[in-house]
Design a binder for this molecule. Structure first.
Ligand SMILES: *Cc1c(COP(=O)(O)O)cnc(C)c1O
Length: 358
């Protein structure tokens, strides 16, 4: 079985060697030495002041909304993983979906202003597949209307824009380090900000809202453990090699799929990709379904990602139309991509796709 992704694992001894430090100290969680070391290394890698390592890529969205006191309308994208919308709903915010642009599939920054209401407090946008949103335009709108900007950068670890890590943009960026992501710690996520005050607040609410006997806010448990931090410390040195291997595989796909009627998202100039995903957009959903069935019959499992368009979730109270997102969501498929996908497997996948499409 070839899945859409395969988690990278470091040599077992490298993990256990790092883990031994936690074992020897019998310090398993609660702001341990390994977690602090991981946070420092991530902050250095990202070129930012504060990285807070947390439990997952969903709780970090909730923490960001909570720390910024966002309770009202939030402009957001319909083309993301469901956690982006769920975090808003969970925090009792009102998602206002703005359609995506058909080039890079990120929120269409030119359509944001028309959706701003007096109740709008923030923009929550996703750097789709690791490609940047129109950052300058979003920043300008946020400044003009006094909105906070949160980027769901779950796909963007290792990607950069205009010479800076993509995760360094926005009032706060969040990331997921789930096992399916390009850099992972089994489960995990982080908050990234250059704002000292916000970082201090996030730190407190990540850990129940108190420091010792001083109680400040109704916090939550958003912490992560030394075992997970150890996986992060083990994996981080491999990231450049992982990105390079995924780049090679992506270029092999490019070559073997050339000439077929497939659209690929096109990133903004100035962006440097991390090769987190290999999405292809078919002409029609019927072709996607045929290709998917043929791949599955051969033990290859691609993923409809993202599908469905989030503005159509059945539990939303207000239904809106986002024509571009709904259209792309029915036609996009992420092909298998990982650090260790074999060249002949890519050849086999592409031959199956060609056999349906030609
Ligand atoms: C994976 C993902 C999340 C959720 O991250 P978890 O660590 O699984 O909670 C949120 N947003 C996007 C865009 C994601 O891809």
């Amino acid at each position: 079985m070839i899945a859409v992704t395969k988690a990278f694992l470091p040599p077992f001894e490298e993990y256990t060697q790092i883990l031994k430090r936690a074992w020897d100290n019998v310090w398993l969680t609660n702001n341990g030495e390994l977690l602090q070391e991981l946070e420092a290394k991530l902050a250095a890698y990202l070129g930012v002041k504060h990285v807070l390592y947390c439990g997952n890529g969903t709780v970090v969205l909730q923490l960001a909304l909570k720390a910024l006191n966002i309770t009202g309308d939030v402009i957001t994208t319909p083309f993301s993983y469901v956690a982006t919308t769920n975090a808003l709903l969970w925090e009792k915010c009102n998602p206002i979906f703005v359609d995506i642009n058909p080039i890079d599939f990120c929120i269409d920054a030119d359509k944001i202003e028309a959706s701003i209401t007096p109740g709008t407090q923030a923009i929550l946008a996703t750097h789709v597949y690791g490609n940047p949103c129109k950052i300058e335009k979003i920043e300008a709108i946020a400044k003009q209307y006094n909105l906070k900007v949160i980027y769901d950068a779950a796909h963007a670890f290792g990607a950069s824009y205009n010479g800076k890590q993509l995760l360094s943009y926005g009032d706060v960026s969040t990331c997921s380090f789930h096992a399916t992501k390009i850099f992972h710690t089994v489960e995990g996520g982080c908050l990234v900000t250059n704002d000292d005050e916000l970082a201090a607040k996030l730190k407190i609410i990540r850990s129940f809202g108190h420091v010792g006997d001083n109680y400040y806010a109704a916090g939550i448990n958003g912490k992560n453990s030394e075992f997970h931090a150890a996986m992060g410390l083990s994996n981080l040195p491999y990231l450049p090699g992982i990105i390079q291997n995924r780049k090679n595989t992506s270029e092999q796909y490019d070559a073997l799929l050339a000439g077929l009627n497939l659209q690929r998202p096109l990133a903004l100039a100035g962006s440097h990709y991390n090769y987190a995903y290999y999405p292809v957009v078919f002409d029609k959903e019927t072709i996607l379904l045929q290709v998917m069935a043929a791949l599955l019959a051969n033990g290859i499992s691609p993923r409809r990602y993202f599908y469905p368009s989030l503005n159509t979730l059945p539990y939303l109270t207000t239904q809106t139309v986002c024509a571009v997102s709904e259209d792309i969501a029915t036609r996009v498929l992420c092909l298998p991509l990982s650090n260790s996908l074999a060249e002949d497997d890519v050849e086999r996948i592409c031959a199956i796709i060609r056999s349906i499409m030609q």
